[in-house]
Design a protein around this ligand. Structure first.
Ligand SMILES: [Zn+2]
Length: 179
């Protein structure tokens, strides 16, 4: 299966628009709610980052996220699970993401090459949703104009604005040709 990058961009752009997201940090809980997805904090189980459940009996659709993870990581997990939902990846009732899957996710789409295409798509979706191109470009332009920070400090400052990890932002900037 080829990675559907154009479709991902299109779906994310629709969500950003319909949820009226105009500045960072992107409210991923709001995006989830707009899709009828509930978010539950899950206890820290071995190797678990997040999961997606669709229960046809109750009609509930639930994203579970490891409550012990750092907020930035939980945000990435939620965005990743929204990606699975929106891209139609859920085949059974439940999809589980281990820590390993999402550790790759947080690093980059480059290092996740060769893994399950659904995971690559969910990671790509999460990066697009948490760090929308136009918002990142705006933030970058403002920071570069108003400061004489070094590259690492710029990445740290923008990552903080978007509530994402510095490594996730670093790869996003590189992908956008801004890094
Ligand atoms: Zn996944």
């Amino acid at each position: 299966m080829a990675i559907r990058r154009k479709l991902i961009k299109h779906k994310v752009a629709e969500l950003i628009d319909s949820c009226a997201i105009s500045k960072p940090p992107v409210d991923v809980s709001k995006v989830a709610r707009s899709l009828g997805l509930e978010i539950v904090m899950a206890p820290d189980e071995v190797g678990l980052s997040g999961f997606l459940i669709s229960d046809s009996d109750s009609g509930r659709q639930i994203i579970g996220v490891n409550q012990s993870h750092h907020i930035n990581r939980r945000r990435f997990t939620i965005a990743h699970e929204i990606g699975h939902h929106v891209m139609g990846h859920l085949e059974g009732k439940i999809h589980v993401d281990s820590n390993t899957t999402l550790r790759v996710a947080a690093r980059s789409s480059v290092s996740s090459k060769g893994t399950d295409p659904h995971e690559v798509e969910a990671n790509s979706f999460a990066a697009e949703l948490l760090m929308p191109q136009s918002l990142v470009e705006n933030a970058m332009a403002i920071i570069e104009r108003d400061s004489n920070l070094g590259d690492d400090q710029i990445i740290a400052a923008i990552a903080k604005q978007f509530k994402v990890s510095e490594s996730a932002m670093s790869f996003r900037l590189a992908n956008l040709g801004l890094g």
